[in-house]
Design a protein. Sequence first.
Length: 350
Amino acid sequence: MQSPWRLLGLAAALNITLGTGTALAQKVMVRHLPPGTPVEIVLDTASVGKGTVDDTGDVTIPFTLPEKDGKPELDANVFVDTCDKSRRIVIADAARAPSAVPVGCDRREVSGLYWIRRVNTIVVDLGAANPTLLLISGNYTPPKPLTPEEIAAGAGTEDRPHDPLPRGLVMFAAGGITSLRDFAELQCGNAPCNDPGSVLSYAFGATYWITRNFAVEGSYLNPTKIKVTGGSDAYAFNTELRTDIWTVMGKAGVQAGPVRLFGHAGFNYHEATTTTDQTIGGASQKIEIQTKGWNPIYGGGAEVWFKNSLAIFGELDFAKIKGNDEAGGEAVTDDRATAILVGIRVHIGG
């Protein structure tokens, strides 16, 4: 039976790319290092392979992957040790602590949980500030380096994998518009009145990406006051709705370059106050109804990351708003809110 963490690892590692062909032996390719740099492969605590970077800035080192539960595979975390004159690629069983960092070396983790098998070529790219990893099924041939003229023209950028999008804590704030599907119709009935349509709203909250594909989110949405006025020569009314909406949702996303497409669903808790001032034949009356309750919410959108810490996003959400009069009356709130939001996201931490 496959480990569910392994499946999550496959989804979380959005920088995993599948190639063609089959590799008979496990290999690690380390890229973008100065020629002549010694590189060592460490499996848990044992050194399993060594090599020297060639003139292209790459080195490929084969090693033998031991069998686990009768199969040559491993759920692993991967680390890069940067030492004075050498580099160490540490592949550690996810169920164990990695080996100690050698004296004089600095260690960085390659984000993600990786399902490593003998058919994989493990490509570790050290060309950027943060190391990245590709799992290739079979052999891997690096793309031909671009000439300065090609780079200036933007050639090849669509073929190069984007850095994996951040996981962990992301804070956000947004503004937009919110409308209630039935509010004006229910308040006006057959009387002539205005339809307020959509009103301005703001929202803020936090998302925690457990993996790069799955997250939990909490948020607050506040539409501005919704007003309906109407009547005739014999009577007039003015109705205002104030509402606060809190949400708790599960979130799923998929990366496409610097863009993360996402969908989410969960529950919202609303507190709403509807106040009606009506005048009939010169007599005025004020009616106030307060409702609250839990209801479903769902929606989706996209976020574009300019760098690891900052993104803009847009989303569309649909929230059921339903509750009984807190005073025990017969009035109820039964509506659906539609919110369109645009805002920014900020990744907190490393």
